[in-house]
Each structure stands twice: as C-alpha cells, then as structure tokens.
Design a binder for this molecule. Structure first.
Ligand code: PFF
Length: 437
C-alpha cells in the first residue's frame, strides 16, 4: 500500500544518476584535492581508497537497503522497524546532520556561483596569478557578497526539490552528470600537456608513509562518508524511492566507482596546475578557486573554459545539495504530514538562515565542517551499519539486498563486513579522535 503512494524514480539509470549526482559534488572537485594537498598526497589517497571500498560501499548498500525495505525517510524507517527503540535517535541525527551540512555547503556552492559570474563577465581570462588570488580573498572578506550568492544557491536548490523526485531531482541529474564528465575530461586533457603533470602525479600517487598522520586517517574516513553522501540519510531517502525490482547492489557499486573516479580525475587535473604554476598544494579551501582560474586564465580558450568549468561546478554542487534538502523535505512530509512545497520551502529558509554564520566567518565554517565531516557523518553511518547488521529483521534485510540483484551471492560477505570490520574500523578511529588510543 505504501509503495503505491510513494514517489518513485522513473528508471534504473535515473536512480544511478541521482545517487551519483548526490555523491559527486564539491566533495570530489573542491574538498578531496585540498585535503589531499594538506595531508601530503600519496599515502592519504591510498587510505581514502581503502575507506571507500571497505567501509563506504558496504554502508551505502546498507542505507539504500534500509530505505527500499521501508519505503521511508530515515527517522520513520528506524521507527517502523524498531518501534519504541532508541534507534530513532540515529534517524534524527541523520536529519540534523543534513541541516548542518547543507548550511555550509551552500557557502562554497555560492562561491562557485560567484565564479560563474566572474567567468561570464570576462574577469578570469587574461588576469595574472596575484589578481586572481586577490579575487578569492576579497570574496571571503566581503560578507554581503558571500551571503547573496549563498542565498541564491539555496533558492535554486529549493526550486528543484519542490518539483519532486522524478521531475526535479532525476531530470536534472540526467542532464548535468554526463555534461560534468565531459568537461572534466577536457580539463584533464589540458592538464596532461602541462610541464608539472609528472610532478602532480607523483604527489598524488607516490607513497610517502611519513606524511600520514592519525589525524589524516580520521580525515580520510570522514571524507569517505562525505563524498559518498553517507551518514545523513540521503541514501536511505533515495533508496526509499526505489522499486523492488531494481538492483541496488550494482547501483551502489557504480555510484561509488563513479564518485571515486571523479575525485581522482579532478585531482589529476589540479595538481599538475599547482606544480606548473608554483602554487601551494596545502593552501586549504581556496585551492580550487585560486588554482583553476590561474591556469584557465593562461590557456587559449580559457575564457570559455572557465565559464563551462564553474557552471558545472555549481551544477555538481546543486545535484548534491538537492539530495541533502530532500532528506529534510522527506522527513517533514513523512512525519509532519506537510505538503512537498511547504516542507521544501520551510526547510530551505531555515537552512539558509543557519548557513549565514558559515558564510561570514571562516572560523565557524572550519569548525562546523570539522564536526560534521569527522564526527556526525561517521557516527550516523556507524549507527545505520549497526542497525542494519544487528537489529533489522534478517529476512527483510536479505530480501532488500537480493531482490533484483545480479550480485546476490555477495550477501553473506557484505553482512560480515558490516557486522565486524566496519564498526571496528570506525570505532578505532573515534577512540583515537577522543584521545583514548
Ligand atoms: N557527496 C557530496 C559531495 O561529495 O560533495 C556531499 C554530500 C551530499 C554529503 C549529500 C552528504 C550528503 F548526504
């Protein structure tokens, strides 16, 4: 009965594109390169890949299974399978995390919109490195400018989510994701011709264990959650719009693979630029917004390329932001009985207001990102893993994994990983973070 009332994806590829649209975002193109730069490259990349394969992917399958089995958003999903239990707290944590994450994600997405404007008005091509470095500095130092772009981005996000699952989220993901892939490949082709290409590759893939710190391991794990959109109910919510016959395991593998590929390609494009132009690899959040314009400004056709690049960056951010807003919208619809329009607008306004401090204060931005990425997401993901592995009804869990799946034979292996290695790995990282280990 529930299934006939609930909205569903229009097609299998639509779900994959929407899930990949959620996963591929600023985390891949902006954040992964800059944290890799801060953590010294090579060894960090390897730890990150291990976190994706052995922790992220199994949890993604768990989240989507939970969503599909219950056809509900995070809190109601927990409540329906474990009435009266404390597990609903995990569902609420997911929703709180969505609110917090989207609040400051919109800050960076607003920067991307500002750079679209700079690119369109010809203020990137032909500029020197100092001017472009100063342009980013003045954006972060002018609160009203940042806030205006952040609010504009939130308004766009609300517009897409109001249109609903298949007409809004799915339709836009179908158009934007393939375009993004083509653009990244063109930029990679450019990077390949730069003199710093070899040095960039060595930084990314050369293994230097001495650079790896325990804090770096925590960051790699946190980022695996961030980049795969785990630990805040997005994949539960998207899974709830899946039909029984869809192969969720293959879809999860595809989504994780696409996401990882985009992060690696984005870095393979950025680090050669950094080494060619003598820029600082560990400069932090401004990395993308300074390095890419510097490179594009010097290339033939750079004016056009910078337009395409920043438009696509903004779109990648949009397909991720809609998935975050969808979590809160689905919660307000499922649990409060509000209409889609009202839920989306209320959530959008509240989150936009909460995001203003992150836009005007870099200190607050850094703090909230630290807690969300390194604490709240892993905790939410761990909660879902424990719930699905230890609390969810075994037949329901098996049905959710196996129905429509070409990879049904991996059920036992997946369950084992989810039961033991995943909680132990996430637990150890936490214990280290609180100073016990
Ligand atoms: N995965 C997105 C990115 O890499 O930019 C960010 C994100 C989206 C995180 C949705 C969490 C989420 F639920």
């Amino acid at each position: 009965m529930v299934e006939t009332e609930r909205a569903h994806w229009g097609s299998r590829i639509g779900f994959i594109l929407a899930a990949a649209g959620s996963a591929v975002g600023l985390g891949n193109i902006w954040k992964f390169p800059y944290i890799t730069g801060e953590n010294g490259g090579g060894a960090f990349v390897l730890v990150y890949l291990a976190c994706i394969a052995f922790v992220g992917l199994p949890i993604m399958i768990a989240e989507i299974s939970l969503g599909r089995a219950t056809q509900k958003s995070p809190a109601s999903a927990m409540r329906s399978l474990s009435p009266g239990g404390g597990w609903i707290g995990i569902g609420w944590l997911c929703i709180l995390t969505s609110v917090c994450l989207l609040s400051y994600y919109a800050t960076v997405a607003g920067w991307a919109l500002h750079y679209c404007y700079l690119a369109f008005s010809g203020q990137i091509s032909g500029q020197g490195p100092e001017q472009l470095q100063a342009a980013f500095g003045s954006l972060t130092a002018t609160p009203s400018l940042g806030v205006a772009w952040q609010l504009a981005f939130m308004a766009l996000t609300v517009l897409v989510v109001v249109a609903g699952v298949s007409h809004g989220v799915e339709r836009w993901s179908r158009i934007l994701m393939p375009t993004l892939a083509v653009m990244l490949l063109i930029l990679l082709g450019k990077a390949f011709t730069l003199s710093g290409f070899g040095q960039g590759m060595d930084f990314l893939f050369g293994f230097r264990a001495d650079k790896l710190t325990p804090g770096g391991v925590l960051e790699a794990l946190g980022h695996a959650f961030f980049t795969l959109s785990l630990g805040m109910g997005t994949m539960i919510t998207y899974g709830s719009y899946l039909r029984r016959e869809d192969d969720l395991v293959s879809a999860s593998v595809m989504t994780s693979a696409v996401d990882t590929l985009v992060a690696l390609v984005a870095s393979m494009m950025l680090f050669p630029i950094i080494f060619t132009f003598g820029l600082e690899a560990g400069q932090g959040p401004g990395l993308l917004f300074v390095t890419v314009p510097i490179a594009l400004a010097q290339m033939t056709g750079g004016g056009l390329l910078s337009i395409v690049f920043f438009v696509l960056l903004a779109f990648a951010a949009l397909t991720s932001a809609i998935s975050m807003l969808e979590v809160v919208t689905a919660y307000l619809m499922d649990d409060w009985g509000l209409s889609r329009r009202r839920s989306t607008v209320c959530a959008g306004i509240g989150i936009a207001a909460l995001g203003i401090p992150a836009t005007v204060s870099t200190g607050w931005f850094g703090q909230i990102d630290y807690y969300v990425s390194n604490w709240m997401l892993p905790l939410g993901g761990l909660g879902v893993a424990l719930f699905v592995a230890w609390r969810m009804d075994a037949a329901l869990r098996r049905g959710a994994f196996e129905s429509g799946s070409m990879l049904a034979k991996f059920y036992k292996g997946w369950l084992w990983v989810l039961k033991y290695p995943v909680p132990v790995a996430v637990g150890l990282v936490f214990l280290h973070a609180v100073g016990v280990l």
